[in-house]
Ligand binder design. Structure first.
Ligand code: NAD
Length: 459
């Protein structure tokens, strides 16, 4: 398991070892052995599948593209996790993301294990026909290890419902007569997808912020101001004031998060900046998010990046460079693009006191510690971006039952699940010195470890 996740899992295990209420019946040498087993299980994936997909390009060249499916742990249910199409995909990255999925599912009580997939391509460099071939080949090469009760992929960076539809169709033709609706989630509605799945991650990301900074804060103001730690002080300092908000990344996650923030009536916020792979757009008075969203939909997902584009979009903004979004003088920064965006080299320039991780691992371990020491609130990926996998679980259930829920019902159940998780974590977070990420990991590792112990996997 790579860097940050591995280090936090080990810290969680150390804390649990000292906790007399965790597995009180396991003591002495047996306890040490059990913890060694746990560390070994959590730090390594169950299986690593790698293939080179042979693709005939439209220009006649034949290429071999590296692809992965990594199955981290299935103690809680079938493996589950997205497939990423990006040129920076590597075995280490996919393994780390698969481990994060195991823990995310444990934290939110989703009955799935953790898996992840990746293909080393920049999808923008391939035609639609070539991408279709890549999706089909991915399923052909990994078909033995995928399936509704084995391992259920979903979209991730660079993939969406189009790719899931293609993949499910390939799975269906390879396994005629077998159930197939639950083989992939994040499909289009006409292909058995769930209403609300596409928006689920972005909505969930915003919900975690709104729930903490509005509902929870209001219900617990007295308690928070009495025994408050540095994080509670930061939360209270931002209560009931107009908040300026910036969002990095304007894809599946970032654009929906920005729209939720734009529409939100319980927090008096305004989205002053959004960014993507090309630019940051800034308007101190607030950006026209519906206009920018419409522009991005019509322009392969890209924000306006020139004055002419801006005029065409109807939005008014200053065009800044891509990284500017990270350093603006705002209260809240949503990170919904890539890993490692805030790191040891730039953390001192980040001014936002509340950071929400829509992307996976956008803040490095080093930056995380520096920000925590200043009382900056970070709502971590494991907590904030689970909306996608939660609604994927609803999609999987609907596929099994071939009964479909309304959009309203999906969001009601999504928020109820995320609220339950938040309520089990936030009192501890605002009551002790551990950052939220560590609190979430201790919670997830405790749940998973108890299950592993009861399944007899620690001896
Ligand atoms: P996406 O491909 O739809 O969008 C990515 C966005 O980031 C685009 O706007 C792109 O222009 C922008 N971007 C790319 N490089 C950038 C850079 N260097 N600087 C600033 N912006 C850049 O991807 P997505 O589905 O929105 O996923 C974003 C992140 O959220 C990923 O880390 C992904 O793993 C994570 N995530 C996604 C989901 C989901 O359901 N889609 C679920 C959980 C986590």
């Amino acid at each position: 398991m790579a860097s940050q996740t591995g280090a936090i899992v080990q810290q969680s295990l150390n804390a649990m070892m000292e906790d007399a209420t965790f597995l009180p019946q396991v003591q002495g040498q047996r306890r040490e052995q059990a913890f060694q087993s746990l560390a070994a299980i959590l730090s390594t994936p169950n299986k690593v599948h790698k293939a080179f997909l042979r693709i005939a390009l439209e220009n006649g060249n034949v290429v071999r593209i590296p692809a992965y499916r990594i199955q981290h742990n299935d103690a809680l249910g079938p493996y589950k996790g997205g497939i990423r199409f990006h040129e920076s995909v590597s075995e280490d990255e996919v393994t780390n993301l698969a481990a994060l999925m195991t823990l995310k599912n444990a934290l939110h009580e989703v009955p799935f294990g953790g898996g992840k997939g990746g293909v080393v391509i920049n999808p923008r460099s391939y035609s639609e026909k070539e991408l279709y071939q890549i999706c089909k080949k991915y399923v052909q090469y990994f078909t033995d290890v995928l399936g509704p009760d084995k391992d259920i992929p979903a979209p991730d960076m660079g993939t969406g419902e189009r790719e899931m539809d293609w993949m499910m169709a390939e799975y269906k033709s390879i396994h005629p007569g077998s159930p197939y609706l639950g083989s992939f989630t994040g499909k289009s509605i006409v292909n058995g997808g769930s209403l609300g799945r596409k928006e689920a991650t972005g909505k969930g990301v915003y919900f975690t912020f709104r729930y903490m900074m509005h509902d929870f804060l209001h219900d617990n103001k007295d308690w928070l101001s009495r025994g408050s730690n540095a994080f509670a002080a930061t939360a209270l300092a931002h209560a009931d004031m107009p908040l300026t908000i910036a969002v990095q990344g304007f894809g599946n996650v970032g654009s929906v998060t920005a729209m939720e923030a734009y529409k939100c009536t319980s927090i008096r916020g305004r989205v002053v900046a959004v960014s993507d792979r090309n630019v940051t757009l800034y308007n101190e008075g607030g950006l026209d998010i519906p206009a920018l969203t419409a522009f991005a939909i019509a322009n392969r997902g890209d924000l306006p990046s020139s004055e002419a584009d801006l005029q065409a979009s109807g939005a008014r903004a200053q065009i800044l460079d891509r990284e500017a979004v990270l350093y603006l003088n705002v209260n809240v920064l949503f990170l919904a693009a890539l890993e490692d965006q805030i790191h040891g080299g730039n953390v001192q320039d980040v001014k936002a006191r509340i950071i929400v991780e829509g992307a996976n691992a956008p803040v490095t371990g080093e930056a995380d510690e520096i920000l925590a020491s200043k009382g900056t609130i970070i709502i971590p990926d494991i907590l904030a971006n689970a909306g996608g996998v939660i609604v994927s679980y609803f999609e999987w259930l609907q596929g099994k039952e071939t009964q479909f829920y309304s959009e309203e019902e999906i969001y009601r159940q999504l928020y109820a699940k995320m609220q339950k998780t938040m309520n089990s974590i936030l009192p501890a977070y605002f009551g002790d010195p551990l950052p939220l990420r560590q609190n979430c990991f201790v919670h997830a590792v405790t749940k998973l470890s108890t299950v592993l112990y009861r399944q007899g996997k620690l001896y």
